[in-house]
Design a protein around this ligand. Structure first.
Ligand SMILES: [Zn+2]
Ligand SMILES: [Zn+2]
Length: 171
């Protein structure tokens, strides 16, 4: 995809939308695999002789909750902004002036896919949670605490309470 073609598309007032049907590189690991297709959309804004590229990627991974280990699908939506130049000289010129990543436009059809894929790789969930308040597993017996308390959890509360009482006794 030529950047000029992309600019034409976005000038019509709609972002360029595309999807990646399957992985170029195999980045599946034991505990995480990307679900294809990956959807992304790109908006382009021209400023002088450079462009701002706003890329939003929506994807999902098949993984396990980092607390309770239950299988889950984690949905990720991530937006990255880039400053795009056509020459290396311009890239050097602008890289000191912006907090956005400066990229040099590559005139090949797969470039936007590669860019979207690099956003996916840098945003993969490290500690996915099945829910924000997942209680996890009991460290003693392995019971899923989301399904109910076990006797060990009562004990740990008791011992913490005992430690507190110990503090008060010293006063
Ligand atoms: Zn969980
Ligand atoms: Zn337990």
């Amino acid at each position: 995809m030529d950047l000029s073609k992309l600019k034409d598309l976005t000038l019509e007032g709609r972002p360029y939308k595309a999807e990646i049907l399957k992985g170029v590189d195999s980045i599946d690991t034991d505990d995480l695999s990307i679900i294809f297709p990956i959807h992304y959309e790109v908006s382009v804004y021209a400023t002088h002789d450079v462009w701002t590229l706003i890329v939003t990627v929506n994807y999902a991974v098949q993984t396990n909750c980092s607390r309770c280990l239950k299988e889950m699908v984690d949905k990720v939506s991530v937006t990255s902004e880039f400053l795009v130049t056509e020459t290396e000289e311009d890239a050097k010129l602008y890289s000191g002036q912006t907090e956005d990543e400066v990229i040099i436009w590559q005139k090949r059809d797969s470039y936007l896919d590669e860019l979207a894929m690099s956003i996916v790789i840098t945003s993969l969930p490290i500690q996915p949670l099945c829910s924000e308040d997942c209680k996890g597993l009991c460290p003693i017996c392995g019971n899923d605490l989301n399904k109910g308390d076990c006797h060990c959890s009562n004990q740990s509360v008791d011992s913490r309470f005992a430690a507190l009482q110990g503090l008060f006794d010293e006063e």
